[in-house]
Design a protein around this ligand. Sequence first.
Ligand SMILES: *Cc1c(COP(=O)(O)O)cnc(C)c1O
Length: 428
Amino acid sequence: MTTIRRNSHSRTIGSTTLRPESLMMGYGYRPELSEGAIKPPLFLTSTFVFKTAEEGKAFFELAYGLRKSEPDEEMGLIYSRLNNPNLEILEDRLTLWDGAEAALVFESGMAAISTTLLNFLSPGDVILHSEPIYGGTDYLLKHILPRFGIRPVGVLANGGTEAIEKALLDHTVSERLKMIFIETPANPTNALVDIAACAELARHYSTPQKQVLVAVDNTFLGPLWQHPLHHGADLVIYSATKYIGGHSDVIAGVCLGSARLIDSIKNMRTILGTMASPMTGWLLLRSLETLKLRMTSQMKNARYVADYLADHPKVQQVYYLGHLGEGSPQYKLYRRQCASPGSIISFELVGGEAEAFRFLNALELFHLAVSLGGTESLAEHPASMTHSDVDPEERIEMGITDNMVRLSIGVEHPEDLIADLEQALAKV
Ligand SMILES: *Cc1c(COP(=O)(O)O)cnc(C)c1O
């Protein structure tokens, strides 16, 4: 008798299809395979014992793609660089939010991004990307990929779809285009990039020999408030360090998409060894149970904070998706693409760096730290911290000014957060 380990969990009750939040506690895990433990134990093991030599041979044939699996044949556990129960359960569970066929978990968001890009890009290829983009991704695109003959072409997120279309008018870009990589909303300005428009452009520039892929870094709004695959993206990537982990105690990454694309990235992950550890998988499984609770609470708190800041005389401008002007192109895109404004707010103080620093140094409840998406509220200064290695001229073009502060809103009481902002603004 063969035992089915993966995806055995029913997703329906009668005619009701269960929602992701109802499945976060048990989906993909069978207690009877672990002594009845209600939660998956931590599988701290490097290797797995085969029942027979024939079984070991069969598992390797599937792992290395030497033959297709038989109907109902499941790949067994081999070695924790290839597969591990904590990662498999987590990967199955993560597919539910984004409606993906398959997922892969990595030891960091950067591991997810670098493994994915190295898997699909070859010398001579062009990767078109939105700007500003996460600092690590920016460095990978501009300093590492060119060493392998891959050409990055950046397009400003605040330039809209027209800016992307314009970049593609250059035939040295469009003919070699292999991937459109976007981060939306952009960090720290919250500028939105139109995923569906990028998917359409990718289809237009694809040929029978070369599929142009659209990959979206969905760290800021996903996996609850934005679902790129539904808008035509091929791949969704996360720094799971942020909302998915949510407690600022783990570094991890995720990539999701069709089984075909994810299988091919999985081979690269196996060879580069960028998979997450079992402990990371276990921590993320625990985090997923409260994902919706946390993100909903953070979203509600952010609305209070953004409204408060918008009315404050020492605040010049607030960048928050919940404040987009009705009827503006960004508002229309927001309504089509996002389900909530999320909980990242950037704002400009009246003044410059000195005023921003005085404010940051006066905070008591907010912690002064980079990162985002955790249960505690954080504040940072993009121009001198997360985006300090961006060329100063480009930084201004991207809208990252010296008087800008970025907030990540946590699950504290909103009135306590506002009390802290009030006393810190009073000291500016
Ligand atoms: C943090 C972050 C990353 C990098 O993730 P790590 O887990 O730190 O490697 C990538 N993209 C975005 C948008 C991020 O915020």
